[in-house]
Design a protein around this ligand. Structure first.
Ligand code: UD1
Ligand code: UDP
Length: 381
């Protein structure tokens, strides 16, 4: 009998990183994937589902404008519990650190279904940074039975916290698997063509803890840079959160060299990233993707739970003060030695085979194969 694997996700980044795993599970004759989306995000989730041709078996459609953390948590949990009891899967898989991740894991735990946590073990050890993701991820770590850590560093965090070494698997990050699917050397787009004689700064900013003054600081610094350097264009696909949209349009709208665009689908975004000069972001996932396409990233946060990219040299954590953001951008634009070093850093996040490893380890855990599968060869600290 096929074993049922329920994959639960709800936001854009979870979908991008779970899609290659859904595809790998679909290929396996012993496993039956059952995709459940909370749709904590609606349009941004659907865009990823379309690109990867994934039709969820269950769609909870929970998103509403102005949703609160407790609101999404409680709504998702009640609905997820019904589905879990209906299907009784052999394992539930959740990804990362969102409200959907936490709700999915808790609903599985309450029904005593084994939990596999994809992208486990990232830690800032700062309760409110990123908020609420740091604590969500830690709480899921307490409930999980199998921890799929993308890197050696993430695995070590889990071991130090007392997780059993047999339950921790180093896999690489599935984001790199997704990029193998999306990136093309022949990609072109109207916006990129329009600005082909300019250097592109690609910006994304959406973090809950940055909304308000930090985001205003970032936007003011970026505007000053764009004004000062005539060979630059800023492309900013603006997250759908209305609070982010309002600030973006207020501080960056109506500039001839600023393109405020709708969220890009993941094929467009990955290829824009590949063709950009540098990336400015507070995103988590983009910090993992940029090293594999050799793009420098200035991280708009006070700390990062992704230190591997900092150590490798691709990422620089610059915070959210106007002066600091301005200076960091200026330095990267003026100093070609620093720029080239950041471009040439080695990608620490994976080899594109994370999903396959995860599937093999699930099969081993469920007793479908006898030989212990291998881990990703991740650089040691
Ligand atoms: C969520 C995750 C965050 C992740 C981010 C990725 C939590 C607590 N936060 O934050 O970890 O980094 O997703 O983007 O789980 N909206 C739409 N359409 C969409 C998506 C969002 O209209 O397709 C709007 C809605 O008004 C929604 C708002 O954005 O209420 C905020 O969405 P929410 O999921 O609560 O927060 P994010 O900041 O997106
Ligand atoms: N992304 C996308 N379109 C965009 C911006 C980002 O497809 O317009 C992708 C990006 O490549 C990465 C993911 O979305 O895979 C990151 O999502 P986000 O920054 O919203 O969330 P985080 O990673 O911070 O949780």
């Amino acid at each position: 009998m096929m074993k049922k694997i329920m994959i639960i996700f709800g936001t854009r980044p979870e979908a991008i990183k779970m899609a290659p795993l859904v595809k790998a599970l679909e290929q396996d004759p012993d496993l039956e994937p059952i995709v459940v989306v909370t749709a904590q995000h609606r349009e941004m989730l659907d865009s990823v589902l379309n690109i990867f041709s994934i039709t969820p078996q269950y769609d909870l459609n929970v998103m509403k404008v102005g949703q609160t953390l407790s609101g999404i948590t409680s709504k998702s949990m009640v609905k997820l519990e019904d589905i879990i009891q209906d299907v009784m899967p052999n394992m539930v898989l959740v990804h990362g650190d969102t409200v959907t991740t936490f709700s999915g894991a808790l609903a599985a735990f309450y029904n005593q279904v084994p939990i596999g946590h994809v992208e486990a073990g990232l830690r800032s050890y700062e309760k409110y940074s990123p908020f609420p993701e740091e604590v969500n991820r830690q709480m899921v770590g307490v409930m999980a039975d199998l921890h799929f850590a993308p890197t050696y560093h993430a695995a070590q965090n889990l071991i130090k916290e007392g997780k059993l070494p047999d339950q921790v698997v180093i896999t690489g990050n599935t984001a790199i698997d997704a990029m193998n699917f999306t990136i093309s050397n022949h990609y072109t787009s109207q916006i990129i063509e329009k600005h082909k004689d300019k250097k592109v700064i690609l910006l994304t900013a959406h973090r809950r803890e940055n909304i308000g003054q930090p985001m205003i600081n970032i936007f003011k610094a970026v505007k000053k840079i764009i004004d000062d350097y005539e060979d630059l264009v800023l492309i900013y696909p603006v997250h759908m959160n209305p609070k982010v949209r309002e600030l973006a349009h207020k501080y960056l709208g109506n500039h001839p060299r600023v393109e405020l665009v709708e969220p890009l689908d993941v094929v467009d975004f990955h290829n824009f990233a590949k063709q950009s000069y540098l990336i400015l972001t507070d995103s988590g996932g983009i910090q993992e993707e940029a090293p594999s396409i050799h793009k420098p990233v200035l991280v708009l946060r006070e700390s990062t739970e992704r230190p591997e990219g900092v150590k490798a040299g691709t990422l620089k954590v610059i915070g959210t003060k106007e002066e600091t953001v301005f200076k960091a951008l200026k330095q990267l634009l003026d100093n070609s030695y620093i720029y080239q070093n950041m471009c040439n850093a080695k990608n620490p996040y994976g080899d594109g085979q994370a999903s396959e490893r995860i599937v093999n380890h699930i099969k081993y855990y469920l007793g479908l194969i006898n030989e212990k599968p291998s881990h990703f060869e991740s650089a040691k600290d």
